[in-house]
Design a protein around this ligand. Structure first.
Ligand SMILES: *Cc1c(COP(=O)(O)O)cnc(C)c1O
Length: 496
């Protein structure tokens, strides 16, 4: 196989761990519902919400946690969340209808992202808070509200292009939001339309893992709130968007070892670690390593609610170095967040059936063909490198000992999808599995609920789009139903 296996084992908390310990159930499900199959675990979402809430509590902050719906289309997850006190952030007409239909009242919904007239109309009609992307959108909303005699609409202003005071740290450029440099005409428009819109706060969302960039943006928002108040407007909330991240891997050491070895593979000082010499953004320029590693930091010791905690503890340079949380608390501002990926941590997995296992070059990785395409398991699309879990068809195989030892040896494999397309690789890296999979086994990709299970799914080549099931525990037993059949009343005794 060439050297030690380089595992990237998934981080499995108790629910997913317990579910993966039910191979019989998971095989029955894929036999009945097909491969690929997505399984969501709605109760985990409620637990994750509590972790965010407890960070709010520890900083004595009030405000709402809005789940960013775009990260997963599941009805079960949304309905489970509707049974809590969380909010939801919707970014399309369809998502808004879905949220209203799941039981979210309009006071628990914010509409973000660029909007079409229908989306704006339904949001204003139902008194959902509208997070406005641009001044043009504000003008459009004001016109709609007047023309259709809609209720005065609560709005947030999404801003971007913040600069740290003193040091020139620019926050990431964004296609979305109004540049803070354009604040003056934006606030003038808010004042002009004061009869039809009510400014409740300002917002940002930065798609970055950088804490300092986010702190810069939050500080910028606090300064904008002061500016608003000095002109007589009365906004009272900051919405920091999402991007709190997820820790995918169980072992930081494995991640460090893998990335080091990948660098060496690119430089040619060890055998290749990817299919076709792909470098994940790195390249060998006559013996010198160039480029940057374009991967998600799959092992993130500080992610999710912990990341929010660190952000709130971060000192605000323009406010005498006091923590950002203290600044929010002093003004009694509400803190809103819109976590997507982080709230979906450990909320689901994707099951794929092994169709074929065959040798490629002698001594090289095995070719494993799955009943799924790359878009069904979009971990690679998001730069998340994480091993699947092998669920053998027969649980006795390999356990008895005699004659089965070779099968429990680690193997290197390439995971191919079911499209008739050279590029349909589930992942471009060589994956090391603890045992050789066989046709009929399942490979379970853990923690795919955030963006990786349905965001990219297509019907290319008439291959099926994964069905989705919801699973929950009753005592020691796992129960399931189709995603669309799940309501908080489904589990016996109702959702806790
Ligand atoms: C995508 C998005 C989010 C969620 O981002 P995550 O990285 O999944 O937490 C939140 N708010 C807005 C406006 C978004 O576009």
């Amino acid at each position: 196989m060439g050297g030690q296996p380089l595992f990237l084992e998934p981080r499995l908390e108790s629910r997913l761990h317990s579910l993966l310990n039910e191979p019989g159930l998971l095989h029955t499900l894929t036999d009945g519902l097909g491969s690929p199959l997505n399984v969501v675990v709605p109760d985990q979402l409620a637990d994750n919400l509590q972790q965010f809430r407890s960070v709010y509590g520890s900083h004595h902050l009030s405000g709402q946690v809005y789940f960013a719906h775009k990260a997963n289309r599941s009805s079960a997850l949304l309905r489970r969340l509707a049974a809590t006190d969380a909010g939801v952030d919707v970014a399309s007409l369809g998502e808004l209808q879905h949220a209203l239909g799941a039981g979210f009242t309009p006071d628990r919904i914010t509409a973000t992202g660029p909007k079409n007239p229908e989306f704006l109309w339904l949001a204003a009609r139902t008194s959902v808070t509208v997070n406005l992307d641009t001044r043009g959108e504000l003008e459009q909303l004001a016109t709609l509200v007047r023309k259709h005699a809609l209720p005065r609409t609560r709005i947030l202003l999404r801003l971007s292009g913040f600069e740290a005071s003193g040091v020139r740290v620019l926050s990431r450029r964004s296609r979305f939001g109004t540049d803070v440099g354009e604040l003056e005409p934006l606030l003038e428009a808010v004042e002009r339309h004061g009869d039809v819109v009510d400014l409740v706060g300002v917002a940002y969302h930065l798609d970055t893992t950088s804490l300092t960039e986010k702190a810069t943006a939050l500080e910028g928002c606090l300064r904008v709130l002061e500016e608003c108040r000095s002109r007589g407007l009365r906004p009272r909330a900051v919405d920091l968007g999402g991007g709190f991240g997820t820790n995918y891997l169980a072992d930081g050491g494995q991640w460090d070892r893998y990335t080091t070895e990948l660098t060496e593979a690119v430089l040619g000082t060890r055998p290749p670690l990817t299919y076709g010499g792909h470098g994940y953004g790195l390249r060998n320029d006559a013996g010198t390593l160039r480029g940057t590693l374009g991967l998600y930091p799959a092992h993130r010791p500080v992610a999710g609610a912990h990341y929010l905690d660190e952000l709130l503890t971060h000192p605000a340079a323009s406010f005498g170095g006091r923590p950002l949380a203290a600044q929010l608390l002093e003004h009694l501002y509400d803190l809103h967040t819109e976590p997507g990926r982080a709230l979906l941590d450990q909320c689901g997995l994707t099951l794929t059936k092994v169709l074929e296992v065959r040798a490629q070059e002698a001594g090289g990785p095995l070719a494993v063909r799955l009943a799924a395409k790359a878009d069904d398991v979009a971990l690679e699309e998001h730069g998340v490198l994480m091993d699947p879990v092998v669920l053998p068809r027969t649980t006795t195989r390999g356990a008895a000992g005699v004659g089965t030892e070779t099968r429990t040896e680690p193997v290197a494999v390439h995971l191919f999808g079911n499209l008739c397309l050279e590029s349909d690789l589930i992942t471009r890296r060589t994956v090391f599995l603890p045992r050789r999979p066989e046709a009929g086994d399942l490979l379970a990709f853990a923690n795919t609920a955030g963006y990786c299970m349905d965001f990219h799914a297509t019907r290319a080549q008439h291959q099926p789009v994964a069905r989705k099931a919801a699973a929950w525990q009753e005592g020691d037993a796992w129960r399931w139903c189709l995603d669309d059949q799940y309501w908080p009343t489904t589990p016996v005794g109702g959702a806790q």
